[in-house]
Design a protein around this ligand. Structure first.
Ligand code: HEM
Ligand SMILES: *[C@@H]1O[C@H](CO)[C@@H](O)[C@H](O)[C@H]1NC(C)=O
Ligand SMILES: *[C@@H]1O[C@H](CO)[C@@H](O)[C@H](O)[C@H]1NC(C)=O
Ligand SMILES: *[C@@H]1O[C@H](CO)[C@@H](O)[C@H](O)[C@H]1NC(C)=O
Length: 320
């Protein structure tokens, strides 16, 4: 126990008990079955992030997209097959989500370190997201993830894909989209802070750049237009905030100057009910960190599969 606590306690520890946690969910779940599991995941994530900083962003996004479609069940990792209508082909994911090879590598190294497949792909996604954020953080920080979740092995309904939010959504739609998963306005704002990392493709912010002149900083829009032409160039990248490889508060500061990249980002600071939260986080990194950790735990506990509801996959890309 002492050594495990030591492992988890470095830096600034947050132990948050989510309201939805069942008895089966525990931050110490692998302590008995495979003490090497978490250090192994961390090692592979750190290596991947040092090869390419953006990978941290991509891994964080995978966990989010997994959790918002039918709960955190690693359904996103399933490749298309005659029985699987893969989430990878859904509009918000196709040609956009990335990092699947890193997840494969983690899975293979974790199974080797444990001597057998005990760590679920859903848990790998959650831990990799946490380790990515920690690797790119500007302050020493960490938080516990609650594990145990198994993965789904049944056919997915395509209609569920609409649970992923669109970057063209207005604030009420974003709020209700999060509420559907038991997440409130604070969760929405602080988790959108995930956009302190990573990049978006021109097709997701083109309309905002050219048509939202009433709500975008003109110099910022001008700069974006040079890499995002009115026609074509849809896959050109722009950073979601000025420091895309640093987990900091620049995302929120930026919103105050109407420099949010996506329409959905700027919606969080456009005279609506979430303005004050944006102001708080833009001036208080500790508050951002604390609330982000709490909301990540909440998001990681959306409909977890426990016991015989699921399986631990041998290969994250297919059901056993
Ligand atoms: C509030 C609703 C959200 C919307 C509408 C949204 C939408 C988007 C879009 C359109 C992109 C760019 C994708 C591309 O162009 O390929 C993106 C990227 C990203 N999103 Fe979100 N997102 C939301 C919330 C979140 C949350 C809650 C997180 C994590 C906590 C997150 C993490 C990320 C990250 C890290 C990236 C960059 C990925 C990379 O560079 O590979 N997003 N998001
Ligand atoms: C993804 O990219 C491929 C190759 O460029 C293209 O054929 C396909 O239509 C794209 N899919 C989506 C949903 O944009
Ligand atoms: C701007 O809005 C008009 C009208 O909705 C639309 O036809 C046009 O494609 C938009 N421009 C861009 C660059 O998205
Ligand atoms: C594009 O921007 C205009 C102006 O803000 C808006 O009326 C329109 O709904 C937007 N189109 C899309 C597809 O978001």
């Amino acid at each position: 126990m002492a050594s495990r606590i030591f492992f988890c306690l470095w830096g600034y520890l947050l132990l948050v008990l989510p309201a939805t946690a069942s008895a089966a969910l525990s931050p110490y779940y692998y302590g008995g079955t495979c003490p090497n599991a978490l250090p192994t995941i961390k090692r592979v994530v750190e290596a991947a992030v040092s090869r390419e900083r953006r990978m941290g962003a991509s891994l964080l996004r995978l966990h989010f997209h997994d959790c918002f479609v039918n709960g955190c069940d690693a359904s996103l990792l399933l490749d298309p097959s005659p029985t699987i209508d893969s989430e990878k082909n859904a509009l918000p994911n196709a040609n956009s989500t990335r990092g699947f090879e890193v997840i494969d590598q983690i899975k293979s190294e974790v199974d080797k370190a444990c001597g057998r497949p005990v760590v679920s792909c859903a848990d790998i996604l959650a831990v990799a997201a946490r380790d990515s954020v920690v690797a790119l953080s500007t302050i020493q920080a960490n938080f516990l993830v609650y594990y145990c979740c198994f993965e789904i092995f049944v056919f997915k309904m395509r209609t569920k894909f609409s649970d992923l939010l669109s970057p063209f959504s207005d604030l009420p739609e974003l709020i209700s989209g999060f509420k559907k998963h038991g997440l409130n306005e604070k969760d929405l704002v602080v988790l959108s802070g995930g956009h302190t990392l990573g990049f978006a493709q021109c097709g997701t912010f083109k309309n905002r750049t050219y048509n939202e002149t009433y709500n975008i900083n003109p110099n910022f829009a001008q700069k974006l237009r040079s890499s995002c032409p009115p026609n074509g160039g849809d896959r050109n990248l722009a950073p979601l905030d000025p420091t895309p490889a640093r987990f900091d508060i620049a995302y929120f500061t930026n919103l105050k100057y109407k420099k949010g990249l996506l329409h959905s980002d700027q919606q969080l600071f456009s005279g609506g009910s979430t303005d004050n939260l944006v102001k708080t986080y833009s001036s208080n990194p500790q508050a951002f960190w604390r609330d982000f950790a709490k909301s990540m735990v909440k998001m990681g506990n959306i409909k977890p599969l426990t016991g015989n509801q699921g399986q631990v996959r041998l290969n994250c890309r297919m059901a056993n």
